[in-house]
Ligand binder design. Structure first.
Ligand code: HEC
Ligand code: HEC
Length: 369
């Protein structure tokens, strides 16, 4: 009896770090991926940038490690994002963040194929692929086969060609010869068929073997799947950066204000909460709140919808935790940006303002602009 409880407790402890993936860290890491995959992990319809948003977490982790150890070859990605220096936590966090992004209900991210015959592709798919990638191409975890629906057709085409020519391994099997008898036309038709599939069901239809993922999926199912990011963790609603060890509050503050000035963000206010209370004899850990605003951006957002005024001005808090460690925090604007609630005409502004705020935080955490 006792033994069983211990085992159950251990299983829980083992499971916790995955559930509590640090979405803020994942989001931060994603900034470097965004260079090629887009800030929403949307990829580009050019052959060189696959969509990574909404892919299963395990698959994303595996793919990244495959690039690090050379099983898959794309050195530029490893170098640019330094994924060879990632900790296990980094892999988990960025994969959790990306897999929680759901682009399916946003028309801007619809997948279309400009080539191929989807009916021809369907018949090949049904006979040769569905066994592993599942009937509607939403992937099958028991076969470790990723979803193919929702992927850019150009990338799929190039990838299948790579399987045929042998410079990419299919199905984790160096001996796999599934593609040798196909030609370019078959690849085009397959890609065209896969492009007809909505990627929405990637999240809903993919079940993972490890129970932890099922838990996660159940969480998501309860939410409305049309929401782009499912909040599975409170840290997902904020972006946090630790201030580097040795950097004082004054240095961080100076760096943030200098950076804001440099990029045209106006500091409109600063509430020195702990300092204020301290003068009245009330002690608390450091807390100050910086407010920034660019009036022209504010104008654009509010004219699109007055409701955005409630997000203004943009705030960054500098706050000390119980261990005396200093943090910078702000609202996770990507959540709003990804939510599809934003009118298209303000998306660009929101993305830019978000990046500016992150730049200011970055400067603060490093103690230099
Ligand atoms: C310099 C551009 C670049 C950067 C930066 C980059 N990637 Fe990639 N990534 C690519 C390209 C190109 C491919 C496809 C390469 C291939 O054909 O195998 C790819 C493939 C992938 C795949 C496999 C997708 C699939 O469907 O199999 C994953 C997962 C991935 N990248 C994740 C990331 C993550 C996470 C980051 C950031 C930590 C990142 N990438 C940064 C360019 C980049
Ligand atoms: C025996 C099971 C199996 C069959 C049958 C199969 N696949 Fe796969 N496929 C896999 C697995 C497993 C992977 C992922 C391997 C990895 O992690 O690199 C994969 C990966 C892929 C990828 C790469 C996805 C990406 O995002 O980079 C494509 C494209 C693909 N398969 C297409 C097909 C097509 C088209 C067919 C039918 C002609 C097919 N597969 C049949 C198991 C299978």
């Amino acid at each position: 009896m006792f033994k069983r409880i211990v085992i159950a407790a251990l299983a829980l402890v083992g499971a916790m770090p995955l559930l509590a993936a640090d979405m803020a860290n994942g989001q931060l890491i994603n900034k470097s991926c965004a260079l090629c995959h887009g800030i929403h992990g949307q990829g580009a319809s050019g052959k060189l940038s696959p969509r990574i948003a909404g892919l299963p977490r395990e698959y994303i982790i595996k793919a990244m490690k495959d690039y690090v150890d050379g099983t898959r070859v794309y050195p530029l990605m490893v170098r640019t994002s330094q994924i060879d220096k990632f900790t296990e936590k980094d892999f988990t966090d960025v994969a959790a963040y990306l897999s929680a992004l759901d682009l399916s209900s946003d028309e801007r991210f619809n997948i279309k194929s400009t080539f191929g015959d989807p009916d021809e592709g369907k018949s090949i798919y049904r006979s040769d692929c569905r066994n592993c990638h599942a009937r509607d191409a939403y992937g099958k975890p028991s076969k470790e086969a990723p979803p193919l629906a929702g992927q850019h057709p150009e990338y799929l085409f190039t990838t299948m060609r790579g399987f045929k020519e042998g410079h990419r391994i299919h199905a984790n099997d160096r001996e796999d010869d599934s593609f040798v008898d196909y030609g370019d036309e078959d690849f085009m038709n397959l890609a065209a068929y896969l492009a007809t599939k909505d990627d929405r069901k990637i999240v809903a239809g993919y079940e993972f073997n490890p129970p932890i993922f099922r838990t996660n999926l159940a969480l998501r199912d309860r939410d409305n799947l049309s929401d782009s990011i499912q909040i599975t963790d409170i840290t997902q609603t904020v972006v946090r950066m630790a201030v580097d060890a040795g950097i004082t509050t004054a240095q961080a503050e100076k760096a943030m204000i200098a950076k804001a000035k440099e990029i045209g963000l106006k500091k409109v206010a600063q509430q020195k909460v702990s300092q204020f209370l301290s003068k009245q004899g009330v002690e608390m850990p450091h807390l100050s709140i910086f407010q920034f605003c660019n009036p022209l951006d504010a104008r654009l957002m509010v004219m699109a919808d007055p409701v955005f005024s409630s997000y203004m001005p943009c705030r960054i808090s500098m706050v000390e935790d119980a261990d005396g460690k200093l943090w910078l925090m702000m609202l996770n604007l990507d959540m709003l940006i990804n939510s599809k609630l934003l009118p298209t005409e303000v998306v660009e502004t929101a993305v830019r303002v978000n990046q500016q705020m992150l730049d200011v935080m970055n400067a603060g955490s490093a103690g230099k602009p």
